[in-house]
Design a protein around this ligand. Structure first.
Ligand SMILES: NC(=O)c1ccc[n+]([C@@H]2O[C@H](COP(=O)([O-])OP(=O)(O)OC[C@H]3O[C@@H](n4cnc5c(N)ncnc54)[C@H](OP(=O)(O)O)[C@@H]3O)[C@@H](O)[C@H]2O)c1
Length: 266
């Protein structure tokens, strides 16, 4: 049996598609023949990502960039309407843009929490609400929420990100039964430490919060992973492709953890 994804001709939105896990996922989808709309704030980085993606071989896919701040409801509407205007359909939504900061709780303000919840929790929920009516009318849809290990396993210096991830796991499971009525599947992937720019930033913030060096934080991180390796963004992208393909036609409302065995509980 060969694993054929059969995604060619579909259309996807990838939020945070200009860097890290989002960019790796956009590249993987494009290489499979999926038209991709990537959304993020920084236009220069978006343009560079489009050039990188277009340099890959594809069986006829296109890629567009949409400049959007996904903490804003009006920008979320723009992402959906621009994608529909360009490609006429949205089969796949990859909710990925997140940038919660690490830091000591006692030194935190409401902003630390509100920023994280606005972008990731409300941002993901708003995009799902905007895309689902279209997918419902077509009787097909595939959604992946990139969440994170801190949703299930809280970390003291990452409570803003952890609480938004925990809420997203609840939301993903909670909405899956309703969406199943319209043949829309929704799943969560929770990466552990993954080699992206964001992981670098978090290591710096954690080092500051703990009063140790960035190298010490990174050594601690690897030491705590049973497989003793940091995941590559392409590994998260590969799982995402499987989940949005018909090979995963019976999988919905679940979370798949990609953390080298770090999660302590069942
Ligand atoms: N890397 C890890 O170790 C790790 C672990 C667990 C979970 N995750 C989750 O995986 C997802 C991707 O993380 P990553 O490591 O790939 O991050 P990254 O390398 O920092 O990339 C983040 C992407 O999101 C975009 N973005 C950030 N804020 C945005 C906003 N307000 N509006 C629109 N786009 C925005 C960024 O572009 P602009 O800045 O130009 O907007 C960029 O394209 C996040 O949800 C993160 O929580 C990552």
């Amino acid at each position: 049996m060969s694993l054929e994804l059969k995604l060619s001709g579909k259309t996807a939105i990838v939020t945070g598609g200009s860097a890290g896990i989002g960019l790796a996922t956009a590249k993987a989808l494009y290489s499979e023949g999926v038209n991709v709309a990537i959304a993020a704030r920084n236009q220069e980085r978006l343009d560079q990502a489009v050039a990188d993606i277009q340099s890959l071989p594809t069986p006829g896919a296109k890629v567009i960039a949409i400049s959007a701040d996904l903490t804003k409801a009006e920008d979320i509407e723009k992402v959906v309407s621009t994608t529909l205007a360009q490609f006429s359909q949205i089969d796949i939504l990859i909710n990925n843009a997140g940038s919660a900061r690490a830091g000591s709780f006692l030194e935190s303000t409401d902003d630390l929490f509100l920023d994280a919840w606005n972008l990731k929790l409300l941002g993901y929920i708003r995009l799902i609400r905007a895309v689902v009516p279209h997918q419902k009318s077509r009787g097909d849809g595939r959604i992946v929420n990139i969440v994170g290990g801190a949703g299930r396993t809280p970390r003291p210096n990452f409570l803003a990100g952890g609480t938004s991830n925990a809420a997203l796991l609840n939301f993903t499971k909670g909405i899956s039964k309703e969406l199943a009525e319209y043949k829309i599947r929704i799943n969560a992937i929770s990466p552990g430490a993954t080699a992206t720019e964001r992981a670098e930033r978090l290591a710096q913030q954690n080092a500051q919060a703990q009063g140790i060096t960035v190298e010490q934080v990174k050594a601690q991180n690897i030491q705590s992973i049973p497989l003793k390796r940091i995941a590559q963004p392409e590994e998260i992208a590969a799982l995402t492709l499987f989940l949005v393909s018909d090979l995963a036609a019976s999988i919905t409302g679940t979370e798949i953890i990609v953390d080298g065995g770090s999660t302590p509980g069942v």
